[in-house]
Write a protein that binds this ligand. Structure first.
Ligand SMILES: Cc1cc2nc3c(=O)[nH]c(=O)nc-3n(C[C@H](O)[C@H](O)[C@H](O)COP(=O)(O)OP(=O)(O)OC[C@H]3O[C@@H](n4cnc5c(N)ncnc54)[C@H](O)[C@@H]3O)c2cc1C
Length: 348
């Protein structure tokens, strides 16, 4: 997938066949009803082999959680059912060309027209765009009120006026399509609004409190995959007449990698338990897990490349892909600078 930069259809088919593509959907809507920790473990295990494929269960949760958290019963039945069955995927459309870290600065507009809303704007960097059937789109309904004037909507790929940009050419997660979503006079029934008018930004942020933990899971999965590979390699590779695993300098690197990774995993699992209970300190823990785990993943994957020497730097071995894939976990769902701002504002 990495080499060809194409969507991992085989992985999607395997995940759907095993009911692992959107495990978070509650049983009431036809889903597997996995709790936050079980969802984290699914994403972690997929990421251990393929970071791009792990974005299937992760983004299905990200895209649909606004509906789970704030949607009407009717919206839940209508849109979570096909997701649970594997008939449709769900994406999350918050970012725009000029509104990334400052997401509330978005320009996409939704204007009321009788029993309809008409959406116009450009969403950028949308994971699984074009592949997903459904999109949670945040749009400005009252420009005077800034973040309190933003509302969330479910947009269907087949709605008239929806189209997609060319796939971005990325450093990593090349199997995961990232495209712009164009909304050109998209007229949708008013009942597609998620929650009340003006609550879309709050729902979008509440969603991220939960789903940053799934990015932490992706990060620890990628790092574990790299550590697994490096651990095997150092036993096979001989220099100076013995396996490089016999050198204390190499052993200390592996010990540090495993130690940091385990600390990241425990923080992520603790955060997942808080997500399940919706604890008061969830916002801090969601940001901390994502920030810490992604920084650890970058360190561990970089060290894995180091342990393979020149071979690690080639595409004949999987660790350079893991290093490239790890990088995105420090950037999306809020950069790690933004996570530190969130933590500082929500110190426990
Ligand atoms: C592959 C990929 C997939 C993505 N998927 C999605 C998706 O599915 N849905 C979606 O809505 N978005 C998605 N995103 C968007 C992603 O969340 C944004 O790229 C991210 O939030 C950063 O925004 P930006 O790129 O505009 O960077 P900017 O906000 O321009 O930031 C540039 C730099 O400035 C720093 N910075 C900005 N403000 C501050 C501050 N106040 N203090 C300190 N430093 C600051 C940032 O940390 C960063 O280092 C995706 C992005 C990528 C690359």
């Amino acid at each position: 997938m990495d080499e060809e930069g194409r969507f991992p259809q085989e992985a999607l088919d395997a995940l759907v066949a095993n009911d692992l593509h959107a495990v978070h959907v509650p049983e009431a809507y036809g889903g597997a009803g996995a709790d936050a920790l079980a969802t984290v473990i699914v994403i972690e295990e997929v990421a251990r082999v393929c970071g791009s494929s792990s974005l299937i269960p992760a983004v299905n949760k990200l895209g649909s959680l606004p509906v789970v958290l704030s949607g009407s019963e009717e919206l839940k039945h209508r849109f979570l059912g096909p997701l649970a069955k594997g008939d449709a995927m769900f994406s999350y459309a918050l970012s725009e060309p000029d509104a990334g870290s400052d997401a509330a600065g978005m320009k996409t507009r939704a204007v009321r027209d009788g029993d309809f809303w008409v959406l116009d704007g450009v969403k950028r960097w949308i994971t699984n765009a074009g592949v997903s059937q459904y999109y949670t789109v945040m749009a400005v309904t009252d420009p005077e009120k800034r973040s309190r004037g933003i509302s969330a909507f479910v947009v269907d790929k087949d709605d008239e006026g929806v189209s997609f940009g060319a796939p971005e050419k990325k450093l990593g997660i090349k199997g995961s399509p990232t495209r712009e979503v164009y909304l050109d006079h998209v007229r949708i029934p008013a009942d597609r609004m998620i929650g009340a008018e003006g609550t879309g930004f709050a729902t979008a942020m509440k969603t991220l409190d939960h789903t940053r933990i799934t990015i932490a899971a992706q990060a620890i999965g990628i790092a574990q995959g790299a550590l697994d590979y490096a651990k095997g390699y150092v036993k096979e590779r001989k220099q100076f007449g013995k396996p490089i695993a016999d050198f204390q300098g190499v052993q200390f690197m592996l010990a540090d990698m495993a130690m940091k990774l385990e600390a990241a995993r425990q923080l992520t699992y603790a955060a997942a338990a808080k997500s399940e209970r919706v604890d008061g300190d969830l916002t801090f823990f969601g940001a901390a897990a994502k920030c810490f785990a992604s920084d650890v993943a970058m360190e561990v994957t970089t060290d894995a490349v180091q342990l393979l020497g020149g071979y690690g730097y080639t595409r004949d071995y999987p660790v350079e892909r893991m290093m490239r894939d790890a990088k995105i976990t420090q950037i999306y769902e809020g950069t790690n600078q933004i996570q530190r701002i969130v933590m500082a504002r929500n110190l426990p």
